[in-house]
Design a protein around this ligand. Sequence first.
Ligand code: 13P
Length: 251
Amino acid sequence: MLIAGNWKMNGDPRDLSEFTRMVARAPEVRSAVALVVCPPAVMLQKSVERATVSPLTVGAQDCHFAASGAHTGDLSAEMIASCGAEYVIVGHSERRTDHGETDEIVSRKALAAQRAGLTAIVCIGETEAQRDAGEADQVVTSQLNGSIADAVDPGRLVIAYEPVWAIGTGRTPSTADVAAIHGSIRRWLDDRFGTVAGVPVLYGGSVKPGNAHELLAVENVDGALVGGASLKADDFIAIALAATAVLEARA
Ligand code: 13P
């Protein structure tokens, strides 16, 4: 299992107290549950330093696909790796919406992440209108086709299924709906990379301590990408402990 926190545009590099609490509590979580925190880029370096000798690792929230050059305001995957980060989220729906990122751009970013030695967490998910129109499965498959290039290394790939309408709303799909989409994503990954590839598929969208166990227990859910609840150490660790409990129940 993998529990990843996406802090989005929250946090202050002068105050690492919450992050430090997460680092301090990380050993409570079973080692079969990997913990990743993705703070804003200005906090990457300090967070990595604070997490040295901790099981918790650090990721970024976006990267450019080029290694360097005239791209004002952007960061390359190589720069992120040089801070000691190990993961980068690409194609989050907020970036697809706020910055017009297409599947093609996301695909190039995922390859760039891997070029720099990072693991790419590629986000996909349907809007509410698409779900209401019965198109969720089709949208997710089309995003996978467009965002995951043939050259992608499955060993450094994570998929995060985040229905756009569940992000920050307190609403989540039913466990049956999560199972259906995660099942399709798993079949797509098996077709592309073979059944042994083991690419983790995370669920994201309003994951909280109160619903984490139920969502993580769904078949083909290999972890969570957590927004709001990842800002508080106690909530983030509670979600990771729910993952531990699910693994124990499966054993
Ligand atoms: P929330 O957990 O706040 O709904 O955000 C989910 C998300 O977008 C994580 O990337």
